[in-house]
Design a protein around this ligand. Structure first.
Ligand code: GDP
Length: 302
């Protein structure tokens, strides 16, 4: 029920808008579809994904000749669930344990909640009895290293760091090496997300990967992109840039507590075909939830 609470704003807003879109109508017609399109776009589902949903509903209306507005709710749920990329099991970290540490490289621009998400994840993993090591490979800002240090102390997990300005790949190397020596289960590596220079970003991320692979040949096992769910189109743009710069394998969408824009999860998952693994629903250490698409869709409609 905490998911419902966390998504209250998105839910109320989407459901309210949807109710208004069909108010006084018993069947789905062009008016209802136009209104629905507007509701989806203003909920930040994104234009492409919205059009896809509308087309599918139109096709079903054409096929069945008639669709009641109550039925629309059910069908919309099905279509949205169908668009959300399938999330793999969250047990990945413990499954990989046998072969050494499971390495997650975390990417995303500053301010999206990257450090907070790493802290919350470290807390979850230690709660599952896993041994975690953090790496401060965002060496560009002193504050990034300091903030990660605060989390490492809070969660009581080791942090591998160097001075500000040092080579991020060198920090990543030290981190995976320390993790392997200490028999850690999970490694979370923070990276700098300076999007203004795409070539630099690409080079930096591939160098980090290459250097880590000297210690653990199949690292990173996961590249997690953190996006701020309250930023709508900016989140789309960041997903576009990062997927061009590196192979992103999972998403964490933050700040879904304070926004009426949860629809961004649907659009991004559909457009980029990357599973959303976690959602952030607050600033607290417990405010990170494993993403369950059916729960998510339900919270939109109930
Ligand atoms: P970074 O620059 O990407 O590392 O961002 P931080 O982790 O420092 O987070 C930036 C701000 O967003 C901080 O004030 C966090 O407390 C806040 N924040 C992070 N995740 C969430 C979330 O899920 N919900 C809310 N409301 N705030 C969040």
């Amino acid at each position: 029920e905490s998911l419902d609470k966390g998504l209250e704003k998105s839910k109320t807003s989407f459901f309210d808008k949807l109710s208004k879109a069909v108010a006084g109508k018993s069947k789905v017609d062009d008016d209802v579809l136009d209104n629905l399109e507007e509701v989806l776009v203003t909920s930040d589902v994104g234009v492409d994904t919205t059009l896809k949903i509308i087309e599918r509903i139109e096709a079903r209306v054409a096929r069945d000749k008639f669709m009641g507005t109550e039925e629309l709710n059910v069908i919309l749920r099905e279509e949205i669930a169908g668009l959300l990329a399938e999330t793999e099991s969250n047990a990945a970290a413990s499954e990989e344990k046998a072969d050494g540490p499971y390495v997650i490289m975390v990417v995303g621009v500053n301010g999206v909640g990257k450090t907070t998400t790493i802290g919350k994840l470290a807390h979850q993993f230690t709660g599952q009895g896993l041994k975690v090591v953090l790496g401060a490979a965002d060496t560009f800002r002193a504050a990034a290293i300091d903030q990660l240090e605060v989390w490492s102390e809070r969660v009581n997990v080791p942090l591998i760091k160097q001075q500000m300005g040092s080579d991020p790949a060198s920090v990543a190397f030290d981190t995976v090496q320390a993790a392997q020596t200490q028999g850690a289960d999970v490694v979370l590596i923070d990276t700098a997300g300076r999007l203004h220079n795409k070539v630099n970003l690409m080079n930096e991320l591939s160098k980090i990967k290459r250097v880590m692979q000297k210690v653990i040949p199949d690292a990173p096992h996961e590249v997690m992109l953190v996006l701020d769910g309250s930023t709508g189109q900016n989140a789309f743009e960041q997903a576009k840039q990062f997927t061009k710069a590196t192979e992103v394998t999972s998403l964490a969408v933050t700040k879904l507590d304070g926004t009426a824009k949860g629809g961004v999860v649907i659009g991004i998952s559909d457009q980029f075909q990357i599973p959303v693994k976690y959602i952030g629903v607050g600033e607290g250490i417990e405010d990170l939830q494993s993403f369950d698409k059916h729960e998510f869709v339900d919270s939109f409609f109930n």
